[in-house]
Design a protein around this ligand. Structure first.
Ligand code: NAD
Ligand code: LMR
Length: 343
């Protein structure tokens, strides 16, 4: 499996900073929630992509200034703001990729599931519009609780008759980014070389880093495994507490989301060597219709599941995998029921 995805984005940015617009920039993306804590730095990183010709920024507030500001960067994409529900449809027409960070973030003491009541409705509305105006676009869901918002999106798309399970993704890249960083620090490895698959979901114990599958092959003591696993699972909370009421991870999330978006665009563009861990419709785990694991991305979305990651697990990982099933199953059902109980 190639580690190309693990090249830092700065490589792309540096490459792009001094080039003129070129024929390669042909794809269109929309960021829904572009004025927010994640939306703004994510839009900046997307503005650096050599693959984007158009970057549509949608939010219910605060997006005109963000777009005016970004539009002065001398990189290929044309940045256009769309504000308010009446401009949502226009923001989506003709786009290849939709990225959704719209919604409220956690405060200290909250779980991601505590965001369900507000964010479920926001995601439902935005995905309904995506189904109507960009039914073939790839959709990257960032809004929490991801374990439920992705099933919500799937149900909405199904109801609209346009669900393509290969093109709907929960963005769990931040878990991989964190796992790679913490392992490299702990083991004094070169960050660029480290690759830790993270499977399951995106909340607490449903986040399962498979440290035994770390590349390059790395030995851990049991104590190191337990400490690293808990730190990766609680890393979001670590940021929420440090921000002390001012929100959750935004900058590292923007970095992770931009990396995932770049992987999607490269796959759409025909790169045959794109792999990412992501939360998708899956039959990797019989009991769980949605599951995060490493997939190969191709021109039409998920092309294959990398089953080898979750084979031959250690006893600790196998137990943790069994333990996450009930919680993840409950979150998936909660999302599905939310859409189906509505008229
Ligand atoms: P934020 O409050 O800073 O920004 C959210 C933005 O969404 C705001 O600009 C707001 O105006 C906009 N918004 C709200 N309702 C909207 C609607 N109906 N249509 C369009 N835009 C709307 O929050 P943030 O820090 O950017 O976090 C956003 C979400 O991302 C949260 O739910 C957070 O939990 C989640 N998140 C996920 C991950 C992950 O790994 N998947 C990581 C970090 C944060
Ligand atoms: C994260 O992992 O940082 C996000 O899911 C935000 C959060 O609420 O922790």
């Amino acid at each position: 499996i190639s580690l190309r995805n693990h090249k830092p984005l700065v490589t792309v940015a540096a490459r792009n900073a001094d080039v003129r617009p070129r024929a390669a920039a042909t794809y269109k993306a929309a960021v829904l929630g572009a004025g927010g804590g994640i939306g703004q730095p994510l839009s900046l990183l997307l503005k650096m992509s050599p693959l984007l010709s158009h970057l549509n920024l949608y939010d219910i507030a605060n997006v005109k200034g963000v777009a005016a500001d970004l539009s002065h960067c001398n990189t290929p994409s044309l940045v256009t703001p769309y504000t308010g529900a009446e401009e949502l449809a226009e923001s989506l027409k003709g786009v290849d990729l939709i990225i959704i960070p719209a919604g409220v973030p956690r405060k200290p003491g909250m779980t991601r599931d505590d965001l369900f009541n507000i964010n479920a409705g926001i995601v439902k509305t935005l995905v309904e519009a995506a189904a109507d105006y960009a039914p073939k676009a790839w959709i990257n869901i960032i809004s929490n609780p991801v374990n439920s918002t992705v099933p919500i999106a799937a149900e909405v798309l199904k109801k609209k008759g346009v669900f393509d399970p290969k093109k709907l993704f929960g963005v769990t890249t931040l878990d991989v980014v964190r796992a790679n960083t913490f392992v490299a620090q702990q083991k004094t490895l070169r960050l660029i070389d480290v690759d830790v698959p993270v499977v399951g979901g995106h909340a607490g114990i449903t986040i399962l880093p498979l440290l035994s599958k770390t590349r390059p092959k790395t030995e851990f003591t049991q104590e190191e495994i337990e400490k690293l696993t808990v730190r990766i699972q609680n890393a979001g909370t670590e940021v929420v507490e440090a921000k002390a009421g001012a929100g959750s991870a935004t900058l590292s999330m923007a970095y992770a989301a931009a990396r995932f978006a770049e992987s999607c665009l490269r796959a759409i563009d025909g790169d045959a060597d794109v792999y990412e861990c992501t939360y998708v419709k899956s039959d990797v785990m019989q009991e769980l219709p949605f599951f995060a694991s490493r997939v190969k991305l191709g021109k039409d979305g998920v092309e294959a599941f990398v089953h080898t990651d979750i084979r031959g697990l250690t006893e600790y990982e196998e137990k943790a995998l069994q333990a996450l099933i009930p919680e993840l199953k409950g979150s998936i059902e909660k999302g599905i029921n939310f859409v189906n109980k509505q008229p």
